[in-house]
Ligand binder design. Structure first.
Ligand code: TYM
Length: 346
């Protein structure tokens, strides 16, 4: 198998405020990987429009998510930060992948089924082929590692299937164009930490999500201290005290979720948290959790407000990031065209 240099790619949708699930499930790993790898972090606006977005709000949301990235600690000097629609390779490669991926593969995507709901006939085609665009995002940079939350696992498997099928279908042409045995790497999902699937605070069996109507189901990155405390206070729990071992969290989804959130925020394992809080009632654990969340999130939210007051600065970061991203993706896209046999005369 061809060896590919390690490169990290990941993204979040430009649908406004980030929540604690995005932060603990993805961002913490993005920050860690930024220290050791070449990283590309994208604000995925083309994915956002697979469902209706108010045009004026969308532009604001792209800046908002960019501000959140930087406020969380992504460094635009070290990592490439840009919005997807500014680099045309994403849409171009997605088209090629629309022709590689099979209908049957996409029919199996559980997230489409969840998002389209009962009114499937009325869902956009974009929503259906959403995972193909995601594969294009990653593979336009021939990225090898993709830090994401648990909910993206199936999409990542599809990206690997698409990369593999492209490599197989075009094997002779790939070799003839001097790219060896494989043109695309099979990107690895990096799903690690104690909070890879942060659950709703109202229902421990549902994922914390932007689309959940109740604001009490999630902690937004911009929530102030009082709101955070109130949301944790109202979070659903069971009447038992916390166990002293992770095994005791089985069949206690709400308890498991809050312990996972604490562990991720504190940089501990669930086992360590339970060593400290085993036997404690939620009436004691919840205030400790709120204090910890406020201590971690308040500086981020202050920095976001500061950044958002200067949209030109954010636009400058996105422009610079897009130019650096394009410099990587354009040659990859040119090579794909050559491999597929799409004539380039300029
Ligand atoms: P999005 O915008 O829904 O979420 C961004 C990241 O946050 C993670 N996440 C969670 N992690 C733990 N618990 C939760 N409750 C939770 N909710 C969200 C997601 O797993 C994700 O890592 N399709 C992607 C965006 C995307 C992408 C890509 C990701 C587009 N192209 C290429 C990686 C590579 C999405 O909608 O994420």
């Amino acid at each position: 198998m061809t060896d590919f240099p390690e490169r990290v790619f990941s993204g979040m949708q430009a649908t406004g405020n980030l929540h604690l699930g995005n932060y603990l499930g993805a961002m913490l790993n993005w920050l860690r990987m930024q220290e050791t790898h070449d990283c590309i972090y994208c604000v995925v606006d083309l994915h956002a429009i697979t469902v209706w977005q108010d045009p004026q709000a969308l532009a604001g949301n792209i800046r908002e998510v960019t501000a959140a990235y930087i406020a969380c600690g992504l460094d635009p000097e070290k990592s490439i930060i840009f919005n997807q629609s500014q680099v045309s390779a994403h849409a171009e490669l997605a088209w090629v992948f629309n022709c590689v991926a099979r209908l049957g593969w996409l029919n199996r995507m559980t997230q489409f089924k969840e998002k389209a709901g009962k009114d499937r006939e009325n869902a956009s085609i974009g929503l259906f082929v959403y995972p193909n665009l995601m594969a294009a995002d990653i593979l336009a940079y021939r990225a090898t590692h993709v830090p994401v939350g648990e909910d993206q696992k199936q999409h990542l498997e599809l990206s690997r299937d698409i990369a593999q099928k492209f490599n197989n279908d075009f094997a002779a042409s790939i070799a003839a164009h001097g790219h060896g045995e494989a043109f695309f790497p099979l990107p690895k999902p990096m799903i690690t930490g104690p909070a890879t699937r942060v659950m709703s605070l109202r229902d421990g069996t549902r994922k914390m999500s932007k689309s959940e109507p109740s604001e009490y189901s999630r902690i937004d990155m911009t929530d102030d201290a009082d709101t955070i405390a109130q949301k944790f206070r109202k979070a659903r729990t069971d009447p038992e005290p916390l166990p002293s071992e992770p095994d005791g969290l089985k069949d206690r989804p709400e308890a498991e979720n809050l312990v996972g959130i604490y562990a991720a925020l504190a940089g501990m394992t669930k086992a360590d948290v339970l060593k400290e809080y085993g036997g404690a009632q939620f009436s004691a654990f919840k205030p400790a959790l709120s204090d910890l969340a406020v201590a971690r999130l308040a500086p981020i939210s202050t920095e976001m407000t500061r950044l958002k007051s200067d949209p030109a600065h954010i636009d400058g970061i996105l422009a610079d990031g897009a130019a650096r991203a394009e410099a990587i993706a354009k040659p990859v896209m040119d090579a794909v065209k050559d491999i597929v046999g799409l004539l380039r005369t300029r």
